[in-house]
Design a protein around this ligand. Structure first.
Ligand SMILES: N[C@@H](CCC(=O)N[C@@H](CS)C(=O)NCC(=O)O)C(=O)O
Length: 269
């Protein structure tokens, strides 16, 4: 999300990929230095703006909008009322850590990713799992990671997100403007949804975005994919095709049929 925002604004940046503890034995996000100097909560992204470490993607993007890059675009409106409405959408479509996983549209997507994360976690060494147990600052995540290593929870977790996810789709369909974005102009929440929808495609859940029930969402998704920032901020950084194929062979995702049925049920009741 932050990379897309940087490209939308035309701001230059340097980047360093942090090897996360749920994917790599290097577990850089829970190293002593990272926790002490960069982010005590052990998550990415973190953006250093003029020597200040700014954390949490939603906040980072809001801060970035204060800067003028090569493109004349504002991701936030000036009007305080419109700002408030956008804020609700931004936090509903991101990993908002003040809500439980699966309780909003944004936090439902990671629950569908569990098939992918479990494949990666099972490849870690026991030493890394012990490192997570002792050093990961986030209790909720630590428990999930450890359960994935020793057991298998991937098929049980997705259904916890069905309701919020399906409600979210209907809300998005209702909200979409005639301009083809959530509001009159492309903005912060559209960036979040670009990332959410892209992840759904990767997980083999893209067909829900093409359902007849959601005509506005399907054309909205095309608009988002046509933006240069989609390629520059997302596609150019994809390096996990092989793991995705391993987790969802031939893009088969067991949640797809259930989600399509939920959308139909909700439509006809
Ligand atoms: N609210 C945070 C959530 C960040 C987040 O969950 N990042 C994930 C990667 S997408 C992470 O760092 N995972 C590593 C871990 O939890 O150990 C944000 O939006 O920046």
């Amino acid at each position: 999300m932050v990379r897309v925002a940087l490209h939308e604004k035309g701001l230059e940046y340097d980047h360093k990929v942090i090897k996360l503890c749920d994917q790599h034995d290097e577990a850089e996000n829970i190293s002593e230095d990272f926790l002490k100097e960069i982010n005590p909560t052990g998550v990415v992204p973190v953006l250093k703006i003029n020597n200040e470490f700014v954390r949490d993607s939603a906040y980072i993007i809001e801060r970035l909008d204060e800067y003028q890059g090569n493109n004349a675009i504002n991701l936030w409106p000036l009007d305080p009322k419109k700002k408030e409405t956008l804020r609700k959408w931004v936090y509903d479509t991101t990993i908002d850590e003040s809500v439980k996983l699966g309780q909003s549209f944004g936090t439902s997507i990671p629950l569908f990713s569990t098939g992918l994360i479990e494949v990666l976690i099972k490849k870690l060494s026991l030493k890394t799992i012990l490192n997570i147990i002792f050093n990961h600052p986030r209790r909720e995540r630590k428990v999930v990671f450890v359960m994935m290593y020793f057991l298998s929870i991937k098929n049980k977790i997705g259904p916890l997100a069905y309701e919020s996810f399906v409600n979210g789709l209907f809300e998005i369909e209702n909200q979409l403007s005639d301009q083809g974005f959530l509001f009159d102009d492309f903005g912060h929440a559209d960036i979040n949804l670009m990332c959410c929808f892209n992840r759904l495609e990767e997980l083999g859940l893209g067909p829900v975005l093409q359902m007849d029930t959601f005509p506005k969402i399907s054309s909205y998704w095309k608009n988002l994919q046509a933006r240069p920032s989609y390629k520059e901020g997302i596609l150019n950084f994809v390096d996990h095709e092989q793991t995705i194929e391993e987790a969802f062979p031939d893009k088969f995702n067991p949640h797809l049929a259930n989600l399509v049925a939920k959308v139909h049920n909700r439509k006809y009741t």
